[in-house]
Design a protein around this ligand. Structure first.
Ligand SMILES: *Cc1c(COP(=O)(O)O)cnc(C)c1O
Length: 361
């Protein structure tokens, strides 16, 4: 052990485990473990990446003006209150770094996204876990857990890995009840998948204690490029820009994200396919006796009778070339999270789970 000791909290971080993508000895593998867009990025984004190659000797923009303008235009937002990050993960990191330190508490929920806890610990703060009700964020439980040391509350809506959703009036009730030193972070990684939901942007516009985060990694199929953004009141954005590196996003990432945003018809097609196949997958799994909540995102959470059954099913899916996500780390050991793939992938999943159920019965 080296004598140099890291800051308190760092060694409490459990390393993030990403979705697997290979199976030893199996070809024709379908990866359904990271909620990626099964159709890939828009052709317009691919063309932008290719064009950007000719200018790689140039430093990228530091203020991300072009992408922020495109985001503001597409969502009807104030361009000055948008910040772009290396994935929305980086916005989460900025928030913890800027607002939480030693002695401060950061609330996340029982099945909440792993990065909240990791970023809180990395900033030296104390993560506080709050129970959910039936795999759904429980506003009253969060409010009851707040203390005068609570600085940040993270919720994803729709949530990952549960796929559940709480209505905006519940979000507003949460924001209303928070102590005044506390910011609510509304993680909208899957906001686009909920029809008519703005990710909480209108709430951000009328109050100062909500930050919305969004990403190009899910619906827009650009997880490999790492582009996300945040929306908050001007004071919070000014704080976050101080901890942001001036060249945090590459020119390639900025230009591809802008192109992806402009390709509305491609996005619409991906969305409607997701809705159609998610419904089909949900119904088919329920018919096989698998518990599935209505999902508001691009994945479903399949619940089995026990952790052992979920593990055995995952092992069987693997033999069929299907990689799904185990979510024991999210306190859901009896469940598997399955990304909604294209029609052929969904049919393969249902076929493999019906085989598994037939053998188990
Ligand atoms: C995927 C995901 C993110 C972020 O991803 P980035 O690729 O860093 O933008 C954030 N929150 C949740 C809940 C996610 O599932």
């Amino acid at each position: 052990m080296a004598r140099m000791k890291p800051q308190p909290g760092i060694m409490d971080i459990a390393l993030y485990v990403g979705g697997a993508s290979h199976i030893e000895g199996v070809s024709d593998v379908v990866k359904l473990s990271s909620n990626e867009n099964p159709f890939g990025p828009s052709p317009a984004a691919i063309a932008a990446v290719e064009r950007s190659a000719r200018n790689l000797h140039r430093y990228p923009s530091t203020d991300h003006a072009a992408l922020r303008n495109a985001i503001a235009g597409a969502h009807g937002l104030d361009v000055a209150r948008i910040i772009c990050g290396v994935g929305s993960d980086e916005i989460i990191t900025f928030l913890c770094q800027a607002y939480a330190g030693s002695g401060d508490e950061v609330i996340h929920t029982q099945h909440g996204f792993a990065m909240y806890r990791i970023s809180a610990l990395a900033a030296g703060a104390t993560p506080v876990e709050v129970a959910e009700r039936d795999r759904t964020v429980d506003v009253d439980a969060i409010l009851a857990a707040c203390t005068d040391r609570t600085r940040l509350v993270f919720i994803a809506n729709p949530a990952n890995p549960t796929g559940t959703f709480i209505a905006l009036d519940e979000v507003e009730r949460l924001a209303d009840g928070l102590p005044e030193q506390c910011l609510l972070v509304l993680d909208g990684a899957y906001a686009e998948f909920e029809p008519g939901y703005d990710g909480g942007a209108t709430l951000v516009e009328k109050r100062e204690n909500i930050v919305m985060t969004r990403t190009f990694s899910k619906l827009y199929g650009l997880g490999g490029l790492r582009v996300g953004w945040g929306y908050a009141c001007q004071d919070v954005i000014d704080v976050l820009n101080r901890v942001r590196g001036p060249f945090n996003l590459s020119s390639t990432a900025l230009e591809a994200a802008e192109a992806a945003l402009g390709d509305r018809s491609y996005t619409e097609k991906c969305l409607s396919e997701n809705t159609k196949m998610r419904l089909w997958l949900t119904e088919a799994l329920r018919e096989l006796g698998v518990g599935v909540d209505d999902s508001h995102a691009n994945f479903v959470l399949a619940r089995f009778g026990s952790a052992a059954e979920a593990d055995a099913c995952e092992a069987h899916l693997k033999t069929q070339g299907l990689i799904v996500r185990r979510v024991g780390g999210y306190k859901l050991p009896e469940a598997l999270r399955i990304t909604v793939g294209d029609e052929s992938a969904c049919r393969r999943v249902v076929h493999a789970i019906s085989q598994f159920k037939a053998v188990a019965a």
